[in-house]
Design a protein around this ligand. Structure first.
Ligand SMILES: C[S@@+](CC[C@H](N)C(=O)[O-])C[C@H]1O[C@@H](n2cnc3c(N)ncnc32)[C@H](O)[C@@H]1O
Length: 259
């Protein structure tokens, strides 16, 4: 039976890999790279290549590169994402059928953890439901960017008895400010926190960009005070590097937190 490993590699630094991930890397015959076009692509491939250099023996495996299909923006977000996953399922099914030999093990190196804002697990279900090609797969969990953020800011993710929400800019911009208590925002492409600051939201922000990489940036403080400057910093970073991965925790202040 052909086998596919979906290996969580953490959010940037090669030391973020777990021992389970390192052992999994060493079982792989074919590493598949399915990368989006656009700026940042080379750097993201470079991070993965560094991991292979550090943890695998040269000559032990093949690498196969494929182009990730574009996501259509004209059919609504949810439909667009589902169609995109379906297109990716076609490509991945083709890779398994044509690039992986009988009894071989292939792998995708998944940024962070495969269960968090990553379509690969849904794509696997779709390929399984199609019934062909036949293969088995295994998931190796990874450190998420959420954990990298809280570790670098030296904060717990939750406070006593409080829920944790993980959200997107689309959701957070339409959430009433009084309902935001402890929310991590991912996939921001446009400094959405700036709009929250403009709406007078009384929140602290713990922001991190390019966590675990040599370009790591960390900022924390009162959103209304630092929001506009931070938004400028995020825009500048995106302009300078051509891409930005940032994540932030928005936290309401509890009684006694105020000066
Ligand atoms: C497609 S999601 C993948 C998340 C990933 N599976 C994880 O476990 O963190 C990409 C988003 O994760 C966050 N992210 C991933 N890596 C990051 C990093 N090194 N620094 C800051 N944010 C990161 C950003 O919000 C980015 O837009």
């Amino acid at each position: 039976m052909k086998k596919l490993l979906l290996i969580g590699i953490g959010p940037g630094h090669p030391d973020y890999l777990t021992m389970q991930a390192v052992k999994a890397l060493q079982r792989v015959d074919v590493f598949f790279f399915l990368e989006k076009e656009g700026r940042g692509k080379e750097e993201l491939i470079h991070f993965r290549s560094q991991i292979l250099e550090q943890y695998t023996k040269p000559g032990r495996y093949r690498t196969v590169f494929a182009k990730s299909p574009p996501r259509a923006a004209d059919r609504g977000y949810a439909v667009g994402v589902r169609d995109w996953w379906s297109d990716k399922a076609d490509i991945i099914a083709g890779l398994i059928a044509n690039e992986l030999g009988a009894g071989e093990t292939g792998a995708f190196l998944i940024w962070g953890d495969p269960s968090l804002y990553d379509g690969t697990l849904s794509i696997m279900k779709e390929i399984e439901a199609r019934g062909t090609p036949q293969f088995d797969y295994e998931i190796i969990p990874g450190i998420t960017s959420v954990q990298a953020l809280t570790a670098q800011h030296r904060i717990p993710l939750n406070r006593i008895g409080e829920s944790i929400t993980i959200s997107t800019p689309r959701q957070i911009e339409s959430t009433p400010p009084e309902e935001i208590h402890n929310t991590v925002v991912m996939l921001d492409s446009n400094a959405s926190f700036e709009r929250l600051a403009e709406r007078g939201c009384d929140l602290d922000i713990y922001w991190g960009a390019y966590l675990g990489t040599p370009d790591e940036m960390l900022v924390a403080g009162d959103l209304q005070t630092i929001g506009p400057q931070l938004a400028e910093k995020a825009r500048q970073a995106r302009a300078d590097k051509g891409w930005l991965f940032d994540i932030y925790l928005l936290r309401s202040r509890l009684e006694g937190d105020r000066d």
